[in-house]
Design a protein around this ligand. Structure first.
Ligand code: NDP
Ligand code: MG
Length: 392
């Protein structure tokens, strides 16, 4: 049996934890391959990374902590021996390029995942991509790099995995991609109610259990915006061929409409282990831990239009997907900064999206930016958000 060596970047997070569960499961049931956690990274969660390193029969060969201070803490508790410990953002890139690695699971949150995701592509790996922000920031550069190498991106994001599955053999170009959105915790709240939204209410997602940043993104629906941009780059379709519908049950993960009007959908319970596993085993389908949909009771699958007035984030996503260039990097950075401020209790929930729009509109747009320009604008947008909110 062949061994699949998997590097999980962001192993301490929500997707990382689900991925380790999938790897354990695959290793137990797959008769063709061994599934080996070769390397794992965390940023600041020393405790959890320690559990990962100590809790496995075969500890990962490499452990990386991107926060150097946390790396020293980790080292003091885990003397080197069973695994190699490295630190700093460069350690993520080293792991992503390691010759022994077959698959890189990009599960770091935010722009912090960009360099390692790009490095995995440059090194020709299969990239199971959860880190949608990399495509939002630098989609066109990622596409160029992909075109020149043997690397492949397999989407982990449930909507994009669904579309990937619906596209089938790819002999027919899709006419429309229809992304579903749960609508988040504020799906039926008025704008006035959202102005008063507390952190706890924004973190209380009705159907998915995820990390804090994407949970807030789901509440503003910026997550769907980022996903429109992600779909644009992944499936090579213009913004006007992408639609969003609200589907509160999170069972239809997305749909594809073809030229003849036929719509194909992918359905499964809201559990990330299925799209993660498919990205790892594609084109194979193996038994999954997610129990299949129960069919012994009534199903209610509702589809509703999005209210773009209550959720102004959506317009931003379509605008950015249409504009390309530097727009994605600016909106993404502004959103990361604003979400951070909201999580710290510094701004109101309804301040997040206007801050992103302000940055988009006041930056100097460049249609063909280099990575350097994108990263400089990322820094600028973060500072700009802090400046906007500190104005009296
Ligand atoms: P979490 O917050 O749960 O985990 C984030 C991971 O990134 C942790 O391992 C964290 O390390 C690490 N990290 C944080 N900051 C940095 C940094 N500066 N440098 C390097 N690593 C860092 O997030 P999720 O797992 O929810 O999300 C991860 C990605 O997957 C996001 O891009 C999200 O949009 C996407 N995604 C998530 C879904 C979900 O169900 N959760 C669904 C679809 C997409 P540590 O904890 O050790 O500090
Ligand atoms: Mg998603």
């Amino acid at each position: 049996t062949a061994t699949k060596n998997v590097a999980v970047l962001g192993a301490t997070g929500s997707i990382g934890t689900a991925t380790l569960d999938v790897l354990r499961h695959l290793d137990a049931i797959d008769t063709e391959s061994r599934w080996n956690l070769f390397a794992a990274s965390g940023h600041a969660n020393v405790e959890r990374l320690g559990e990962i390193a100590d809790g496995l029969d075969h500890p990962p060969a490499k452990i990386a902590l991107s926060d150097p201070d946390c790396a020293s803490q980790f080292r003091s508790r885990h003397p080197e021996g069973a695994f190699q410990i490295s630190s700093g953002p460069e350690a993520l890139v080293d792991i992503a390029c390691d010759k022994a690695v077959d698959i890189v699971v990009a599960a770091i949150v935010g722009r912090a995942g960009l360099e390692s995701t790009m490095a995995a592509i440059d090194a020709g790996k299969r990239v199971a991509l959860a880190n949608k922000e990399t495509l939002v920031v630098a989609g066109s550069l990622v596409k160029t790099r992909l075109a020149n190498r043997s690397a492949e991106i397999l989407p982990v994001d449930s909507e994009h995995s669904a579309i990937f599955q619906c596209l089938g053999d790819k002999t027919c170009k899709p006419k429309k991609l229809i992304l579903t959105a749960s609508g988040g915790p504020f799906r039926s709240w008025t704008t006035e109610q959202m102005q008063q939204a507390t952190l706890d209410s924004a973190l209380d997602h009705p159907t998915w259990d995820m990390g804090p940043k994407i949970t807030i993104d789901s509440a503003t629906m910026m997550n769907k915006s980022l996903e429109v941009i992600e779909a644009h780059w992944l499936f090579d379709l213009p913004a006007d061929a992408i639609e969003v519908v609200v589907h509160p049950q999170s069972i239809i993960h997305s749909m594809v409409e073809f030229e003849d009007g036929s719509v194909i959908a992918q359905l499964s319970p809201p559990d990330m282990r299925l799209p993660i596993q498919y990205a790892l085993t594609y084109p194979r389908r193996l038994a999954c831990q997610t129990p299949p949909l129960a069919r012994d009771q009534q199903w209610d699958l509702t589809l509703q239009p999005v209210d773009r007035d209550r959720f102004p984030a959506l317009d931003l996503g379509f605008e950015v997907a249409a504009a390309g260039g530097t727009a994605g990097a600016v909106v993404n950075a502004a959103n990361e900064a604003a979400v951070g401020l909201f999580l710290d209790g510094k701004i109101r929930f309804t301040d997040i999206v206007p801050a992103c729009r302000a940055c988009l509109e006041s930056h100097s747009f460049d249609p063909n930016p280099t990575l350097d320009i994108l990263l400089r604008l990322d820094g600028w947008a973060r500072r700009e958000v802090h400046r906007i909110i500190s104005k009296p």
